[in-house]
Ligand binder design. Structure first.
Ligand code: NAP
Length: 280
């Protein structure tokens, strides 16, 4: 019987079952992790089901905010970022936690081999993924966490969150059409985190235009999208180091696994599970 689930709406594309079941199997625990389509309206009833029947849940779009209200308890991290992607269920009590920030931090270190202390981070995007991770990066000692977003008010909200949680951090905002400001932010950033949904469709353009970048600029690009995007192609053409979103999913999933089982899983096993894309 499935004791762990990933839920979302839509959810069919999820790589989490292949990845998590590979980690469970490596410990001789079978394949207890399933996938379920749950709509926002169904989420309160799902929590009651989970309380009685499950040990752990991963939540993806669009449930991460609503889960903050529905959890019995919240980790410090979930409280600070106002987002929940992991439920830990024990003795009928549901604790909401957030492992996305940990996932992004460790993906950046794994992909680019540098610590984040003192680094300047620039997010392109201010939706759920940026919300769940920006405060964590501010906590890691980054000197700047700034935002470029189509809806500037959302960028300003995240910027205020980062400034509240990290004394003295620099945080500025721009809209993607403001060429001068975007280039200024890109030129001083160490990492660009592409966290919009632009690139999910094959026909999508680059999330930021080519004219904002130059060959060999001192920047690492982390695109949270797993598939090959126009931004990743642009980075390769210009010789700018770039990674896709796979490692973030693996690292956040590994942290969820550890919260459920108390065991640090084998990351290589999880990466292979992701690549195989086995959904059950
Ligand atoms: P979301 O809450 O719906 O936010 C979407 C973001 O994309 C917003 O910043 C939105 O800007 C922007 N956007 C959407 N369409 C746009 C357009 N046509 N032009 C410019 N900006 C546009 O989604 P999310 O949960 O943050 O997810 C964002 C991305 O992160 C997705 O691509 C998802 O696959 C990825 N992600 C990856 C991982 C991982 O583990 N690798 C985990 C979570 C998410 P506005 O605010 O102006 O609407």
């Amino acid at each position: 019987m499935e004791k762990y689930l990933v839920i979302g709406d839509p959810i069919g594309h999820s790589r989490s079952p292949g990845m998590q079941n590979a980690a469970f199997e490596a410990l001789g625990m079978g394949r207890p992790y399933g996938i379920r389509h749950v709509t926002p309206g169904e989420l309160p009833d799902f929590f009651e089901y989970a309380r009685e029947n499950l040990s752990g849940v991963n939540l993806t779009i669009p449930h991460k905010l609503q889960a903050v209200q529905l959890s019995d308890r919240l980790s410090g991290c979930a409280k600070r970022c106002g987002s929940v992607n992991t439920l830990i269920i024990k003795d009928g009590i549901i604790t909401g936690d957030s492992t996305d920030g940990y996932g992004l931090e460790n993906a950046l270190i794994h992909c680019f081999g540098r610590s984040l202390a003192g680094k300047r981070i620039l997010f392109c995007g201010a939706g759920g993924a940026a919300r769940a991770t920006a405060v964590h990066l501010a906590d890691c000692g980054c000197s700047e966490v700034s935002f470029i977003n189509r809806t500037v008010s959302k960028a300003e909200e995240l910027s205020a969150m980062c400034q509240r949680c990290s004394d003295g951090i620099v945080s500025e905002c721009a809209e993607p059409g403001d060429e001068k400001k975007c280039i200024e932010l890109l030129e001083r950033a160490d990492y660009l985190i592409q966290a919009t949904s632009v690139g999910l469709k094959e026909s999508d353009p680059s999330a930021l235009p080519e004219k904002y970048f130059r060959p060999g600029m001192n920047l690492c690009i982390f695109d949270t999208i797993y598939r090959r995007t126009a931004l990743q192609e642009l980075a390769d053409a210009l010789g700018i180091p770039c990674a896709n979103g796979k490692e973030m999913l693996v690292q956040q999933g590994a942290k969820s696994f550890e919260l459920w089982t108390g065991v640090k899983p084998d990351l290589e096993v999880m990466r292979r599970g992701f690549d195989e894309g086995v959904t059950n």
